[in-house]
Design a protein around this ligand. Structure first.
Ligand code: AMP
Ligand code: MG
Length: 341
């Protein structure tokens, strides 16, 4: 895109999935703007990873701590891999995972190439970079037009519930971002799985849209992050995150007075009298539950507050498949909130 005199929008522009809408989103990002757009995981807040000024705006708009690095998005695996070195012990695993899951909800962490133009503030000055090739024609087309790495964390204030629709984004960030490209509700509904391949063995930093079982089929055993290996490898995994305003109680087997219910599958008698219920999946389908998780938390929180309810009780969920990502989000949504803003 050509760099002529350009002023960023003075209010948040609403863009739709059309040639003009996608082109406008790309143009704003190319000129240092910040645009929210739908991906298959959640809505992202995108800006050029190569511009310190644009990256600073993402951190500022989100209120995100500077030690939490951003994921870089690309139109193709080749463009993603150009930013890192594959001269590593897990080279074959990196190529096989990209071949199988890109475009899709998988983020790979790899050692940064010395020639990478991604600025140090986007990667929190780490020696590695997080890369993803997202799915969806609109976002792919936009990234192709931009032709540079796009940093895109979730389009919400740091610590709060992630957005899976354009209206979730606008309820928190209208007026603070330059534009939003409304691509409809996010199909997967939880963030990408993050796997670190920069060490001797694959390490799962964050469960997400690709299950551990599916990963291991392609690249063999994957280690899990523990408190010992946690800090240096993934500085962004804060214990409190995704938090609704109402308190959230996990593994509920009864309902306390005036609690909303986040249900999964058949609702037992002891829970059925909750005044406000969102069922993630009546058929216990974990993919459906993931797609409905953040919408459910937004709904129960908003409607629960409006009706003066005391909190949200969540039914137990299985820990296999996508259940691992759901439980991770719910545990952090229920954690104490030292830094809420
Ligand atoms: P978010 O943008 O909030 O979806 O989170 C991105 C996640 O990727 C955070 O948990 C970061 O800690 C993690 N991440 C990003 N870059 C790196 C990196 N270079 N090394 C380890 N983890 C990373
Ligand atoms: Mg987020």
């Amino acid at each position: 895109m050509t760099l002529q005199s350009f002023s960023l929008p003075s209010a948040t522009e609403r863009l739709t999935v059309s040639y003009d809408g996608i082109r406008r989103a790309a143009e704003i990002i190319c000129h240092g703007g910040v645009v929210a757009f739908g991906t298959e995981t959640v809505y992202g807040l995108g800006a050029l990873s190569t511009s310190r000024k644009a990256v600073a705006r993402i951190f500022d708009i989100k209120g995100r701590p500077s030690f939490n690095p951003l994921i870089n998005h690309f139109a193709t695996p080749d463009r993603a891999f150009a930013e890192v070195t594959l001269d590593i012990p897990l080279r074959e695993q990196a190529l096989a995972l990209a071949e199988r899951f890109w475009p899709g909800p998988l983020t790979l962490v790899l050692p940064r190439h010395e020639g990478s133009r991604i600025c140090d503030t986007a990667s929190a000055a780490l020696p590695s970079l997080a890369l993803r090739v997202p799915q969806g024609r609109a976002i792919q087309e936009m990234l192709r037009l931009i032709d540079a790495p796009v940093a895109a964390p979730s389009a919400n204030r740091s610590g709060l519930i992630s957005p899976s629709t354009a209206s979730h984004v606008l309820s928190g960030l209208d007026g603070k971002i330059d534009a939003i490209l409304d691509t409809g509700p996010s199909a997967v509904g939880v963030e990408s799985t993050v796997v670190d391949l920069s060490g001797a063995r694959p390490l799962l930093l964050r469960p997400g849209g690709i299950t551990r079982e599916a990963l291991e089929e392609i690249c063999g055993p994957v280690d899990t992050q523990t408190s010992d290996n946690h800090q240096p490898r993934s500085p962004g995994q804060l214990s409190s995150h995704y938090a609704p305003h109402l308190p959230l109680r996990l593994n509920a087997d009864h309902i306390k007075a005036s609690e909303a219910l986040l249900a999964f599958g058949h609702i037992p008698g002891a829970l059925r009298h909750s005044p406000l219920i969102w069922n993630l999946s009546e058929n216990e389908d974990l993919a459906e539950a993931a797609a409905r998780l953040f919408a459910g938390l937004h709904f129960l929180d908003y409607e629960g507050k409006r009706r003066n309810l005391s909190g949200i009780a969540a039914m137990p969920l299985p820990s296999h498949g996508m259940g691992l990502a759901l439980l991770d989000r719910l545990r952090r949504a229920a954690a104490p909130r030292p830094h809420q803003n």
